[in-house]
Design a protein around this ligand. Structure first.
Ligand code: 3PG
Length: 390
Protein backbone atom coordinates (compact mmCIF):
# COMPACT_ATOMS: atom_id res chain seq x y z
CA UNK A 1 0.00 0.00 0.00
CA UNK A 2 1.13 3.53 -0.75
CA UNK A 3 2.17 5.78 2.11
CA UNK A 4 2.27 9.49 2.75
CA UNK A 5 5.86 10.01 1.65
CA UNK A 6 5.22 8.53 -1.78
CA UNK A 7 3.01 11.44 -2.86
CA UNK A 8 3.56 15.14 -3.43
CA UNK A 9 1.53 17.20 -0.97
CA UNK A 10 3.22 20.58 -1.19
CA UNK A 11 0.75 23.34 -1.95
CA UNK A 12 -1.96 20.74 -2.52
CA UNK A 13 -5.41 20.46 -0.96
CA UNK A 14 -5.07 17.27 1.08
CA UNK A 15 -8.12 15.45 2.46
CA UNK A 16 -7.20 13.57 5.64
CA UNK A 17 -9.73 11.12 7.09
CA UNK A 18 -8.99 11.00 10.82
CA UNK A 19 -10.79 9.24 13.66
CA UNK A 20 -11.50 12.01 16.16
CA UNK A 21 -14.30 9.92 17.68
CA UNK A 22 -13.13 10.87 21.19
CA UNK A 23 -15.04 10.58 24.47
CA UNK A 24 -16.70 13.86 25.50
CA UNK A 25 -18.32 14.85 28.77
CA UNK A 26 -20.38 18.06 28.76
CA UNK A 27 -18.55 19.19 25.62
CA UNK A 28 -15.10 18.55 27.12
CA UNK A 29 -12.76 15.93 25.63
CA UNK A 30 -11.91 13.39 28.34
CA UNK A 31 -9.29 11.46 26.34
CA UNK A 32 -7.48 13.01 23.37
CA UNK A 33 -5.35 9.95 22.49
CA UNK A 34 -6.90 9.64 19.04
CA UNK A 35 -6.19 13.30 18.25
CA UNK A 36 -2.58 13.03 19.45
CA UNK A 37 -2.11 9.87 17.39
CA UNK A 38 -2.59 11.84 14.15
CA UNK A 39 0.00 14.51 14.99
CA UNK A 40 2.92 12.88 13.09
CA UNK A 41 0.90 12.93 9.84
CA UNK A 42 -0.37 16.46 10.43
CA UNK A 43 3.09 17.78 11.32
CA UNK A 44 4.48 16.24 8.13
CA UNK A 45 1.74 17.96 6.11
CA UNK A 46 2.37 21.28 7.86
CA UNK A 47 6.12 20.99 7.22
CA UNK A 48 5.38 20.31 3.57
CA UNK A 49 3.03 23.28 3.24
CA UNK A 50 -0.10 21.34 2.38
CA UNK A 51 -3.60 22.79 2.61
CA UNK A 52 -5.05 20.39 5.14
CA UNK A 53 -8.71 19.34 5.18
CA UNK A 54 -9.60 17.09 8.12
CA UNK A 55 -12.74 14.99 8.19
CA UNK A 56 -14.04 12.71 10.95
CA UNK A 57 -17.11 11.21 12.51
CA UNK A 58 -18.02 11.62 16.18
CA UNK A 59 -20.42 9.24 17.86
CA UNK A 60 -23.50 7.96 16.10
CA UNK A 61 -25.81 10.91 15.31
CA UNK A 62 -27.45 8.80 12.58
CA UNK A 63 -27.73 11.49 9.93
CA UNK A 64 -29.05 14.20 12.24
CA UNK A 65 -27.33 17.48 13.14
CA UNK A 66 -27.25 16.89 16.88
CA UNK A 67 -25.12 19.59 18.56
CA UNK A 68 -23.71 17.21 21.19
CA UNK A 69 -21.94 15.38 18.36
CA UNK A 70 -20.19 18.46 16.97
CA UNK A 71 -16.47 18.13 16.25
CA UNK A 72 -15.85 21.77 17.22
CA UNK A 73 -14.13 20.86 20.55
CA UNK A 74 -11.68 18.71 18.57
CA UNK A 75 -10.61 21.69 16.44
CA UNK A 76 -9.76 23.64 19.58
CA UNK A 77 -7.87 20.72 21.11
CA UNK A 78 -5.94 20.05 17.91
CA UNK A 79 -4.98 23.71 17.67
CA UNK A 80 -3.53 23.54 21.21
CA UNK A 81 -1.59 20.36 20.40
CA UNK A 82 -0.16 21.63 17.10
CA UNK A 83 0.36 25.22 18.23
CA UNK A 84 -1.26 26.58 15.07
CA UNK A 85 -4.80 27.81 14.38
CA UNK A 86 -7.29 25.18 13.20
CA UNK A 87 -10.32 26.52 11.32
CA UNK A 88 -13.71 24.85 11.58
CA UNK A 89 -16.34 24.41 8.85
CA UNK A 90 -19.96 23.95 9.88
CA UNK A 91 -20.53 21.21 7.34
CA UNK A 92 -18.39 18.59 5.62
CA UNK A 93 -19.86 19.11 2.13
CA UNK A 94 -21.62 21.93 0.26
CA UNK A 95 -21.12 25.71 0.56
CA UNK A 96 -19.71 25.86 4.09
CA UNK A 97 -17.07 23.22 3.33
CA UNK A 98 -16.20 24.61 -0.10
CA UNK A 99 -15.82 28.15 1.21
CA UNK A 100 -13.60 27.01 4.11
CA UNK A 101 -11.41 25.00 1.73
CA UNK A 102 -11.14 27.89 -0.76
CA UNK A 103 -9.85 30.09 2.05
CA UNK A 104 -6.96 27.73 2.90
CA UNK A 105 -3.44 28.97 2.31
CA UNK A 106 -0.37 26.73 2.33
CA UNK A 107 0.10 25.29 5.83
CA UNK A 108 -3.49 26.05 6.91
CA UNK A 109 -5.81 23.48 8.48
CA UNK A 110 -9.58 23.18 8.54
CA UNK A 111 -11.60 20.56 10.40
CA UNK A 112 -14.94 19.76 8.78
CA UNK A 113 -18.08 19.13 10.85
CA UNK A 114 -19.17 15.57 11.69
CA UNK A 115 -19.44 13.36 8.58
CA UNK A 116 -22.26 11.39 10.22
CA UNK A 117 -24.55 14.45 10.23
CA UNK A 118 -25.22 13.08 6.73
CA UNK A 119 -26.74 9.62 6.56
CA UNK A 120 -25.02 9.18 3.18
CA UNK A 121 -21.71 8.72 5.03
CA UNK A 122 -22.60 5.39 6.63
CA UNK A 123 -24.66 4.33 3.61
CA UNK A 124 -21.57 4.92 1.47
CA UNK A 125 -23.53 6.89 -1.13
CA UNK A 126 -21.28 7.58 -4.17
CA UNK A 127 -22.54 11.16 -4.71
CA UNK A 128 -21.63 12.03 -1.12
CA UNK A 129 -18.21 10.40 -1.46
CA UNK A 130 -17.67 12.38 -4.66
CA UNK A 131 -18.66 15.64 -2.94
CA UNK A 132 -16.02 14.97 -0.27
CA UNK A 133 -13.44 13.99 -2.88
CA UNK A 134 -14.07 17.19 -4.83
CA UNK A 135 -12.73 19.26 -1.94
CA UNK A 136 -9.21 17.92 -2.39
CA UNK A 137 -6.46 16.94 -4.82
CA UNK A 138 -4.86 14.26 -2.64
CA UNK A 139 -6.30 11.84 -0.04
CA UNK A 140 -4.87 10.31 3.11
CA UNK A 141 -6.48 7.79 5.44
CA UNK A 142 -5.15 8.10 8.98
CA UNK A 143 -8.34 6.79 10.62
CA UNK A 144 -7.49 3.23 11.62
CA UNK A 145 -10.31 3.21 14.21
CA UNK A 146 -12.95 3.37 11.48
CA UNK A 147 -11.14 1.40 8.76
CA UNK A 148 -13.41 -1.60 9.37
CA UNK A 149 -16.36 0.47 8.12
CA UNK A 150 -17.08 0.69 4.38
CA UNK A 151 -18.28 4.29 4.74
CA UNK A 152 -18.17 7.07 2.14
CA UNK A 153 -15.19 8.95 3.62
CA UNK A 154 -13.25 5.73 4.20
CA UNK A 155 -14.03 3.49 1.23
CA UNK A 156 -16.36 5.18 -1.29
CA UNK A 157 -14.15 8.25 -1.63
CA UNK A 158 -11.24 6.20 -2.99
CA UNK A 159 -13.15 5.72 -6.25
CA UNK A 160 -12.90 9.49 -6.82
CA UNK A 161 -9.74 10.38 -4.90
CA UNK A 162 -6.97 7.80 -4.42
CA UNK A 163 -6.06 7.46 -0.73
CA UNK A 164 -2.69 6.62 0.79
CA UNK A 165 -1.92 5.57 4.36
CA UNK A 166 -0.96 8.23 6.90
CA UNK A 167 1.67 7.51 9.56
CA UNK A 168 -0.85 6.26 12.12
CA UNK A 169 -2.54 3.88 9.72
CA UNK A 170 0.85 2.66 8.52
CA UNK A 171 1.90 1.98 12.11
CA UNK A 172 -1.29 0.04 12.87
CA UNK A 173 -0.85 -2.01 9.68
CA UNK A 174 2.78 -2.77 10.49
CA UNK A 175 2.15 -3.82 14.09
CA UNK A 176 -1.23 -5.54 14.04
CA UNK A 177 -1.08 -6.69 10.42
CA UNK A 178 2.48 -7.92 11.00
CA UNK A 179 1.48 -9.89 14.10
CA UNK A 180 -1.34 -11.57 12.22
CA UNK A 181 0.50 -12.34 8.98
CA UNK A 182 4.16 -12.70 9.88
CA UNK A 183 4.70 -12.93 13.66
CA UNK A 184 7.99 -13.22 15.52
CA UNK A 185 8.27 -16.26 17.83
CA UNK A 186 7.73 -17.14 20.56
CA UNK A 187 4.41 -15.34 20.18
CA UNK A 188 1.74 -15.04 22.89
CA UNK A 189 -1.80 -13.75 22.67
CA UNK A 190 -3.72 -12.74 25.77
CA UNK A 191 -7.44 -12.65 25.16
CA UNK A 192 -9.86 -11.47 27.80
CA UNK A 193 -13.22 -9.78 28.11
CA UNK A 194 -16.64 -10.84 29.23
CA UNK A 195 -17.81 -13.14 26.46
CA UNK A 196 -16.32 -15.95 24.37
CA UNK A 197 -18.79 -15.12 21.59
CA UNK A 198 -17.19 -11.65 21.17
CA UNK A 199 -13.67 -13.04 20.78
CA UNK A 200 -14.16 -16.44 19.25
CA UNK A 201 -12.95 -15.37 15.81
CA UNK A 202 -9.81 -13.81 17.26
CA UNK A 203 -9.06 -17.00 19.17
CA UNK A 204 -9.65 -19.20 16.12
CA UNK A 205 -7.50 -16.99 13.93
CA UNK A 206 -4.62 -16.69 16.39
CA UNK A 207 -4.63 -20.22 17.81
CA UNK A 208 -2.62 -21.78 14.93
CA UNK A 209 -0.16 -18.85 14.97
CA UNK A 210 0.71 -18.46 18.64
CA UNK A 211 2.96 -20.45 20.95
CA UNK A 212 1.07 -19.38 24.07
CA UNK A 213 -2.60 -18.46 24.32
CA UNK A 214 -3.76 -16.95 27.60
CA UNK A 215 -7.47 -16.73 28.27
CA UNK A 216 -8.82 -14.61 31.10
CA UNK A 217 -11.80 -12.43 31.99
CA UNK A 218 -15.41 -13.55 32.07
CA UNK A 219 -14.88 -15.67 28.97
CA UNK A 220 -12.49 -17.96 30.90
CA UNK A 221 -15.50 -19.22 32.89
CA UNK A 222 -16.92 -20.93 29.82
CA UNK A 223 -13.59 -22.75 29.39
CA UNK A 224 -13.64 -23.70 33.07
CA UNK A 225 -17.14 -25.11 32.55
CA UNK A 226 -15.81 -27.00 29.50
CA UNK A 227 -13.25 -28.66 31.77
CA UNK A 228 -16.15 -29.90 33.88
CA UNK A 229 -15.43 -27.66 36.89
CA UNK A 230 -18.25 -25.95 38.81
CA UNK A 231 -18.72 -22.25 38.00
CA UNK A 232 -21.24 -21.16 40.67
CA UNK A 233 -23.09 -18.01 39.57
CA UNK A 234 -20.28 -16.92 37.23
CA UNK A 235 -21.10 -15.63 33.76
CA UNK A 236 -21.02 -18.71 31.51
CA UNK A 237 -22.21 -18.98 27.91
CA UNK A 238 -23.86 -22.38 28.01
CA UNK A 239 -24.15 -22.56 24.23
CA UNK A 240 -20.39 -22.00 23.85
CA UNK A 241 -19.17 -24.69 26.26
CA UNK A 242 -18.77 -27.26 23.49
CA UNK A 243 -16.86 -24.78 21.38
CA UNK A 244 -14.57 -24.00 24.31
CA UNK A 245 -13.96 -27.73 24.75
CA UNK A 246 -13.03 -28.10 21.09
CA UNK A 247 -10.63 -25.12 21.30
CA UNK A 248 -8.92 -26.76 24.28
CA UNK A 249 -8.54 -29.94 22.20
CA UNK A 250 -7.35 -28.04 19.14
CA UNK A 251 -4.69 -26.24 21.17
CA UNK A 252 -3.45 -29.54 22.52
CA UNK A 253 -3.34 -31.12 19.06
CA UNK A 254 -1.34 -28.17 17.73
CA UNK A 255 1.04 -28.05 20.67
CA UNK A 256 -0.12 -24.55 21.65
CA UNK A 257 0.25 -23.77 25.32
CA UNK A 258 -3.32 -22.73 26.23
CA UNK A 259 -3.30 -21.16 29.66
CA UNK A 260 -6.47 -20.75 31.67
CA UNK A 261 -6.67 -19.21 35.14
CA UNK A 262 -5.57 -21.60 37.90
CA UNK A 263 -7.38 -19.57 40.55
CA UNK A 264 -10.02 -16.86 40.75
CA UNK A 265 -11.14 -14.00 42.93
CA UNK A 266 -14.77 -14.89 43.54
CA UNK A 267 -17.51 -12.70 45.02
CA UNK A 268 -20.98 -13.32 46.40
CA UNK A 269 -22.49 -10.53 44.28
CA UNK A 270 -21.61 -8.44 41.21
CA UNK A 271 -20.47 -5.44 43.22
CA UNK A 272 -17.20 -3.91 44.36
CA UNK A 273 -18.50 -4.11 47.94
CA UNK A 274 -19.38 -7.81 47.72
CA UNK A 275 -17.64 -10.32 49.97
CA UNK A 276 -14.73 -11.82 48.05
CA UNK A 277 -12.02 -14.46 48.38
CA UNK A 278 -9.50 -16.44 46.31
CA UNK A 279 -10.33 -20.03 45.28
CA UNK A 280 -8.65 -22.56 42.97
CA UNK A 281 -10.04 -22.88 39.44
CA UNK A 282 -11.89 -26.08 40.35
CA UNK A 283 -13.22 -24.65 43.60
CA UNK A 284 -15.94 -22.12 42.72
CA UNK A 285 -18.81 -22.86 45.11
CA UNK A 286 -22.53 -22.36 44.66
CA UNK A 287 -23.54 -18.72 45.11
CA UNK A 288 -20.07 -17.36 44.15
CA UNK A 289 -18.97 -15.80 40.89
CA UNK A 290 -15.50 -15.37 39.41
CA UNK A 291 -14.77 -11.66 38.90
CA UNK A 292 -10.99 -11.67 38.47
CA UNK A 293 -8.06 -14.03 38.00
CA UNK A 294 -6.31 -14.91 41.27
CA UNK A 295 -2.71 -14.29 42.40
CA UNK A 296 -1.42 -17.71 41.27
CA UNK A 297 -2.79 -17.17 37.74
CA UNK A 298 -1.16 -13.73 37.60
CA UNK A 299 2.20 -15.33 38.33
CA UNK A 300 1.69 -18.20 35.86
CA UNK A 301 0.71 -15.72 33.12
CA UNK A 302 3.60 -13.35 33.87
CA UNK A 303 6.11 -16.23 33.83
CA UNK A 304 4.73 -17.49 30.51
CA UNK A 305 4.98 -14.01 28.99
CA UNK A 306 8.54 -13.28 30.12
CA UNK A 307 10.39 -15.13 27.29
CA UNK A 308 8.03 -13.97 24.49
CA UNK A 309 9.32 -12.02 21.47
CA UNK A 310 5.81 -10.85 20.54
CA UNK A 311 2.72 -10.31 22.72
CA UNK A 312 -0.74 -9.23 21.61
CA UNK A 313 -3.24 -8.34 24.32
CA UNK A 314 -6.96 -7.64 23.89
CA UNK A 315 -9.49 -7.68 26.72
CA UNK A 316 -9.40 -7.37 30.53
CA UNK A 317 -8.80 -10.28 32.96
CA UNK A 318 -11.71 -9.38 35.23
CA UNK A 319 -14.24 -6.71 36.14
CA UNK A 320 -11.41 -4.20 36.29
CA UNK A 321 -13.66 -1.15 36.59
CA UNK A 322 -14.31 -2.36 40.16
CA UNK A 323 -11.14 -1.80 42.21
CA UNK A 324 -11.43 -5.08 44.11
CA UNK A 325 -11.37 -7.03 40.84
CA UNK A 326 -8.79 -4.97 38.91
CA UNK A 327 -5.60 -6.63 40.17
CA UNK A 328 -5.53 -9.37 37.53
CA UNK A 329 -5.82 -6.91 34.65
CA UNK A 330 -3.27 -4.57 36.23
CA UNK A 331 -0.86 -7.47 36.75
CA UNK A 332 -1.15 -8.48 33.10
CA UNK A 333 -0.60 -4.84 32.05
CA UNK A 334 2.62 -4.83 34.09
CA UNK A 335 3.73 -8.22 32.75
CA UNK A 336 3.18 -7.09 29.16
CA UNK A 337 5.03 -3.83 29.86
CA UNK A 338 7.96 -5.74 31.38
CA UNK A 339 8.45 -7.75 28.18
CA UNK A 340 11.60 -7.12 26.16
CA UNK A 341 9.73 -8.25 23.03
CA UNK A 342 7.28 -6.39 20.81
CA UNK A 343 4.02 -5.67 22.63
CA UNK A 344 0.70 -4.68 21.10
CA UNK A 345 -2.33 -3.68 23.14
CA UNK A 346 -5.79 -3.11 21.67
CA UNK A 347 -9.34 -2.69 22.90
CA UNK A 348 -10.57 0.13 25.12
CA UNK A 349 -10.37 -1.74 28.45
CA UNK A 350 -6.84 -3.10 28.00
CA UNK A 351 -5.64 0.28 26.80
CA UNK A 352 -7.26 1.94 29.84
CA UNK A 353 -5.49 -0.60 32.09
CA UNK A 354 -2.02 0.11 30.68
CA UNK A 355 -2.71 3.80 31.07
CA UNK A 356 -4.03 3.44 34.63
CA UNK A 357 -1.01 1.39 35.71
CA UNK A 358 1.29 4.01 34.19
CA UNK A 359 3.05 1.62 31.79
CA UNK A 360 1.71 2.94 28.47
CA UNK A 361 5.15 4.22 27.42
CA UNK A 362 6.56 0.68 27.81
CA UNK A 363 4.17 -0.80 25.22
CA UNK A 364 5.47 -0.99 21.63
CA UNK A 365 2.10 -0.20 20.10
CA UNK A 366 -1.20 0.87 21.63
CA UNK A 367 -3.88 0.59 18.98
CA UNK A 368 -6.31 3.45 18.42
CA UNK A 369 -8.83 0.93 17.13
CA UNK A 370 -11.60 -0.72 19.13
CA UNK A 371 -13.72 -2.75 16.73
CA UNK A 372 -11.13 -2.19 14.01
CA UNK A 373 -8.27 -3.75 15.97
CA UNK A 374 -10.46 -6.73 16.88
CA UNK A 375 -11.51 -7.34 13.26
CA UNK A 376 -7.90 -6.96 12.11
CA UNK A 377 -6.81 -9.57 14.69
CA UNK A 378 -9.63 -11.78 13.43
CA UNK A 379 -7.77 -11.80 10.13
CA UNK A 380 -10.48 -9.88 8.29
CA UNK A 381 -9.69 -7.54 5.42
CA UNK A 382 -10.59 -4.01 6.54
CA UNK A 383 -12.37 -2.01 3.80
CA UNK A 384 -10.45 1.19 4.60
CA UNK A 385 -7.11 -0.58 4.24
CA UNK A 386 -8.13 -2.63 1.19
CA UNK A 387 -9.20 0.56 -0.60
CA UNK A 388 -5.80 2.25 -0.26
CA UNK A 389 -3.79 2.90 -3.41
CA UNK A 390 -1.18 0.27 -4.25
C1 3PG B 1 -14.65 3.46 17.19
O1 3PG B 1 -14.79 4.23 18.14
O2 3PG B 1 -14.48 2.22 17.33
C2 3PG B 1 -14.60 4.04 15.81
O3 3PG B 1 -14.50 5.42 15.83
C3 3PG B 1 -15.78 3.56 14.97
O4 3PG B 1 -16.97 4.02 15.51
P1 3PG B 1 -18.34 3.26 15.20
O5 3PG B 1 -18.27 1.94 15.93
O6 3PG B 1 -19.43 4.16 15.66
O7 3PG B 1 -18.37 3.04 13.70
Amino acid sequence: KKTLESIDVTGKRVFVRVDFNVPLKDGVITDDTRIRATLPTLRYLLDHKAKIILASHLGRPKGERKPEFSLRPCAARLSELLGVPVAFADDCVGDAAERAVAALKEGDIVLLENLRYHKEEEKNVPEFAEALAKLAEVGINDAFGVSHRAHASVEGITKFLPMVAGYLLEKEINYIGGAVSNPQHPFAAIIGGAKVSDKIEVISNLLPKVDVLIIGGGMANTFIAAKGYPTGTSLVEADKIELAASLIKEAKAQGTNLLLPTDFVVADAFSNDAQHKVVPADGIEDGWMALDIGPASRKVFADALAPMKLIVWNGPMGVFEMDNFAEGTNAVAKAVAASTGTTIVGGGDSVAAVEKTGVADKISHISTGGGASLEYLEGKALPGIEALAE
